[in-house]
Write a protein that binds this ligand. Sequence first.
Ligand SMILES: NC(=O)C1=CN([C@@H]2O[C@H](COP(=O)(O)OP(=O)(O)OC[C@H]3O[C@@H](n4cnc5c(N)ncnc54)[C@H](OP(=O)(O)O)[C@@H]3O)[C@@H](O)[C@H]2O)C=CC1
Ligand SMILES: CC(C)=CCC[C@@H](C)[C@H]1CC[C@H]2C3=C(CC[C@]12C)[C@@]1(C)CCC(=O)[C@@H](C)[C@@H]1CC3
Length: 319
Amino acid sequence: ERLLTEDSTLHLCLACRNMQRAEAARSALLTSHPDAHVQLLHLDVGSVQSVLSAAQEVKTRYSKVDFLYLNAGIMPNPQVDINAFFKGLFSRNVVNMFATGEGLLTQQDRINSDGLQEVFATNLFGHFLLIRELEPLLCQAGHSSRVVWTSSSNARRSAFSMEDMQHRNGTEPYSSSKYASDMLSVALNRHKNSQGLFSSVICPGLVMTNLTYGILPSFFWTLIMPIMWLVRIFTNTFTLTPYNGAEALHRLFLQSPESLDPRAKYHSLTSGLGTNYTQPRQMDIDEEMSEVLYSKLIELEKDVRRKLVMKNSDKNTRG
Ligand SMILES: NC(=O)C1=CN([C@@H]2O[C@H](COP(=O)(O)OP(=O)(O)OC[C@H]3O[C@@H](n4cnc5c(N)ncnc54)[C@H](OP(=O)(O)O)[C@@H]3O)[C@@H](O)[C@H]2O)C=CC1
Ligand SMILES: CC(C)=CCC[C@@H](C)[C@H]1CC[C@H]2C3=C(CC[C@]12C)[C@@]1(C)CCC(=O)[C@@H](C)[C@@H]1CC3
């Protein structure tokens, strides 16, 4: 919506797993921008086969991609640690606790049909595979393109382990996957800037969406809304509405790739008085670690492709 308000001649492609929701989003966009070009594409970013098919379809439809917004993300079965919340409330760490949710949330992950951890597959690996597949459209001579990751201030180095990059053994797969996306963005810039591809990371702040309604029921959030407006005075990270949360996505659209800081996370912020702005903050990233992650993802990609070929040939021989 905000991009079309900026430039109504844009060609948008909404890549979604639920086509009914995609159609509803398209209709809403066409109501406010009747001449807009909005196409739909089926994509389940958590499925390797779906990513490969969707990328193939993009390559037949378009000759180049200027912006790729990697926004899809999940936080399955979140649990709030109430004790930690009340402890944090009376500690010196209280502002950081509200800004990042650090130490308050755990999730239950599971293995998907590709044999990958679902949160890792959805929040990181599917996006990575999509970029790899779309490289011919993203990396073109004399043309610069942009990849924008929706990360989170919940991303934390200590939640991530290189020996367990899928977070099979921990209870914070969300934080781990978001930290991995921050590292991957840094690595992508190192590898791809020379080919015209620029990667950035944003955090929308705490926004009321299906994700947050999965943490606490919507009526509870409505009930504590006055408290949240109060908290906003101290953190600025309680953006609360999708419009405010999209501030950094919108800002990056207007900024030239050369002016971007590859090691910064761009935060959507809303002041106590309701003013929206974007602020870059340095990420806690080690270049060497990001390089190791990049290599491990390339290895996993090879492995996953090999398995898919075997699976498909098995299917063909059986029937
Ligand atoms: N809300 C918040 O406070 C914060 C959110 N974020 C991040 O913002 C992003 C958007 O989340 P938000 O809008 O809050 O949450 P929602 O759950 O409302 O939206 C998530 C979106 O991702 C889509 N999605 C999930 N899994 C897949 C998949 N396998 N394939 C394709 N699409 C998929 C969902 O599609 P469908 O409609 O089919 O479910 C939905 O459109 C996420 O990356 C999240 O981590 C970051 C910081 C804070
Ligand atoms: C606001 C009050 C009075 C209570 C709510 C407490 C927590 C449930 C809440 C405080 C900080 C929140 C938070 C997130 C989830 C809900 C909280 C832990 C996130 C982790 C949600 C997803 C993200 O990506 C982060 C940016 C959020 C950070 C803050």
